[in-house]
Structures are given as C-alpha cells and as structure tokens.
Design a protein around this ligand. Structure first.
Ligand code: MEV
Length: 437
C-alpha cells in the first residue's frame, strides 16, 4: 500500500527535497547537488519562478535560441525559439533565408473571436427554455458589465450569447455559447470569470422562472469554461514564387515542387503521416509560443482539433502550382496574448516579445503562423530530397564532439571524415581516439 503524504504543500522546499530523496532516490547526495545547480543565484528571480507553480524543487531549463532573417509582410524579424530538439532552429533559419531571397512571407489574421460555454442539463420543453433565454439574455450581459468594463474600453468584451440546443447529440444537453474579443490578452481568466458569472445569473433567474419551477424542469449548470478550440481566431501565412526558383539540393524546381505537393497530398490522405507532418509544424509554433510566454498546450489542442475539422485529420499546410507559380500556405487557429499572464511575469518571455519588437497579439499570431510554415517547409524539403538524417546527424556529430571536448583541429578532421561516412556515437568516439593517439 502506498503511504499517503499529507500537508505536503506546506513543507519548505528543503523538506520537500529531503522527503523526495529519502523516499524515491535512495538518499543519493548527487540529486541535491543537481537540484541546487539549477537554482537561480538571484534570490528574487528564484522566488519569482517558485511562485509560478506549486511544490517547486528546482528549475528545468530549456535552450532559448534565435532564428534570424525572417521577412514577414515586408518587416524583418529575428524569432526567439525555446526548444530542446536539435535541428529545429537551424531548419527555421534555413527557411527564413530561402524565402527572404524570394520576397519573404505574407501573413494575415482572418478573425480574432474567442469563445466559451456554459454547459447545461435541461429536460423540459424547448420552447420554454428559448423564451426564458430571450428574457434573461440582457440580464446575463448586465451581470458582467463590471468585469468587462476595462476590456470594453479597449474595444473588446463579450460579443454575444447564443442558446444552443445540442439534444440531438446528447439527451438534455444545452449550452450558452458565448463569444468574446479579448484584444492583446489571451483572455482565459477574463473569459472564465465572465462565464462563471453568466452561469450564476442564469441559475438564479432560472430558479425563479415559474414555467420551469411549475413543470419541475429547471435547467442545471454542469460546467462553465472557455474553449481552447478557436476556429474563429484564425491566421494564415503564405509564400509564393515561380516554380523554377524552387530549386533545392540541385533538384529542378518543378520536380521538387511536384514532390513537395505530393508529400502534402499523402499527409492529407494518411493520418499516420499527417500527425508527423503537423508535429513538425508544431516544432516551430510551440518554440515561439513558449519563448513569448504563451500556453502551448492550448495551442496544440486547438490546432489538432482544427486539423480534424473535416472529420479526417489532415495537413495544416497546403501547396499548389498555378500558372507556373508555387503557392504554399498554412491556416491555423490560435488564441495568444502579448499582455497578461506569463508574458508580463517571466523575464525571458518579456525578452522574447522585445526581440519581436513588442508585437500586438495579432502580429504575434502572424509571426507564429510563419514559424510553423517555415518549419514544415524545411522538413519537407529535407524529406523529399536528402532525407532528414543527414542534417540531424551533422548536429549529432557536433554534440558528440562537444562532449569529447574536441579541439578545433580534431573537429575539422572529424567533420571532414564524416562527410563521407555514416555518423554513429561509437564511430565518432573511435575516430577521435585514433586522432589522439
Ligand atoms: C521531427 O521533429 C519533425 C519531422 O518528422 C516532421 C516531418 O516529418 O514532416 C521531420
């Protein structure tokens, strides 16, 4: 039987670590050393990080990198990326440079509406709840007037509330579908506060509505929460060039373009490929989302739902050739903030936004869509030409040489040798050891 630990959150950090090391890690002293190594020497900064989540024992670092040379809507950007996977930043930089030479990326925000629902149980007459809703709707709006006052001043707030009868999908299931504009804020807290207040008002008014009470059919609130599926908060990014300019790895532009388009057609047909294809896109998207202090889980969940909107999980990117012009684009939903939450708290998130010249949420949507498109372009270029292992192994080789503390001469000789030989950890170690004899 597992022993329950109570009052854990009230223990000090030291006590939590001692408990962990004693109960899970054989009292290994190295563990404490490792945890300490990742603490911030600056006590104030460490306090800030400890405040983000609960039960902290250390900090978990991820590398922060930059990908230069992005031209988006004729504006130059250097994009900050936080990711642990090698080759991703190199791939983004490659795409940025490739498309810079062809006029860069264009990107546009299609719409910015966010949404949330109050999910209800109601087993009475449909016409009764519809009449009730008509009467109560102004009161629902009025109930959040204080909450949305500031948001309204900035041109945002609650846009509409619709009562949806979803009983065909699930017996007795109704929802108040609420739409919002949250400007530069991601708006999760704002939306959830509005929804809970709307739900409370709805419940109170329903409880005194005689047509419900007399028929013993008062609607009941189940849950009130924002949706991370935001297909009305949509951004599109695109590149174009004459097909003959699309040469890659010495392959003719038309041949490359056709293979590229075929690779997307395969992703649109085969879910197994589409998931990996879109994972590559998310390599770029998540890295910038994290670097700018946004919530990558919400973006991930929403993007994959969008990829399945036809009922079949498909590629998030599209490509075509028309009149000799290659057009390649991405369209994705994305609820982002450039104010509030982590964006204002985490010093590196603030820095990430500064590197991007403090964009609005709309501009950030455009930048991040471009990062996803760029990542997919680099992946498909590699996959349809040399394969991805060549680039990966080059990075892998560098990592091994770093681990071996190789000198510049050793690096030069090893890199030269492995241009013609397959990289494996043991072969590189043996080769360097031979050099050192
Ligand atoms: C690896 O992280 C991402 C790729 O697998 C994406 C793809 O296959 O398109 C290279």
């Amino acid at each position: 039987m597992m022993e329950l630990i109570t009052g854990f959150s009230k223990k000090s950090k030291k006590e939590k670590i001692e408990w962990l090391v004693a109960t899970h890690l054989d009292n290994n002293p190295d563990v404490i050393k490792t945890l300490h190594q990742y603490w911030n020497d600056d006590k104030e900064l460490q306090k800030l990080h400890d405040g983000f989540i609960e039960n902290t024992i250390s900090n978990y670092y991820l590398p922060l990198a930059i990908a230069p040379n992005f031209l988006i809507n004729n504006k130059p950007y250097t994009i900050p990326m936080v990711i642990e996977e090698s080759s991703v930043v190199a791939a983004a930089s490659y795409s940025a440079k490739f498309w810079l030479e062809k006029g860069g990326f264009t990107s546009e925000v299609i719409s910015t509406i966010k949404n949330g629902q109050v999910h209800l149980n109601y087993y009475g007459n449909d016409s009764t709840i519809q009449s009730f809703f008509k009467e109560v709707k102004p009161k629902l709006f009025a109930s959040i007037s204080g909450i949305e006052a500031n948001m309204k001043k900035r041109g945002g707030g609650l846009l509409d509330i619709i009562l949806k009868n979803s009983t065909e999908a699930l017996e007795g299931y109704y929802q108040l579908h609420c739409t919002f504009e949250t400007n530069d804020a991601m708006g999760a807290n704002f939306i959830n506060t509005c929804l809970e207040t709307i739900a409370k008002t709805f419940k109170f008014e329903a409880g005194i509505y005689s047509s419900f009470t007399e028929n013993n059919s008062v609607p009941e609130i189940v849950i009130s929460i924002l949706s991370n599926y935001v297909p009305e908060c949509l951004v599109k990014a695109q590149v174009q060039c004459p097909v003959e300019q699309l040469t890659a790895e010495g392959i003719d532009g038309k041949v490359f373009a056709e293979k590229f388009i075929r690779a997307i057609a395969i992703a649109n047909t085969e879910t197994r490929r589409a998931v990996t294809h879109n994972k590559g896109i998310m390599n770029g998207i998540d890295a910038v989302v994290i670097a700018t202090g946004n919530d990558f889980r919400s973006i991930e969940a929403g993007v994959h739902a969008y990829a399945s909107r036809s009922g079949h999980y498909k590629s998030l990117t599209n490509a075509s050739i028309e009149n000799g012009i290659f057009t390649y684009s991405i369209e994705i939903p994305m609820a982002l903030g450039t104010v509030g939450g982590m964006t204002g708290l985490h010093p590196l998130a603030k820095l990430g936004l500064s590197i991007l010249q403090n964009p609005s949420a709309n501009e950030l949507m455009q930048i991040i869509a471009v990062a996803g498109l760029a990542q997919n372009f680099a992946a498909l270029r590699a996959l349809t030409t040399t394969g991805i292992q060549k680039g990966h192994m080059k990075m892998h080789l560098k990592n091994i040489l770093t681990q071996l503390n190789a000198t510049p001469t050793e690096i030069e000789k090893t890199v030269h040798y492995f241009e013609e030989h397959t990289v494996s950890h043991s072969d590189v170690v043996n080769f360097v050891n031979e050099l050192r004899k």
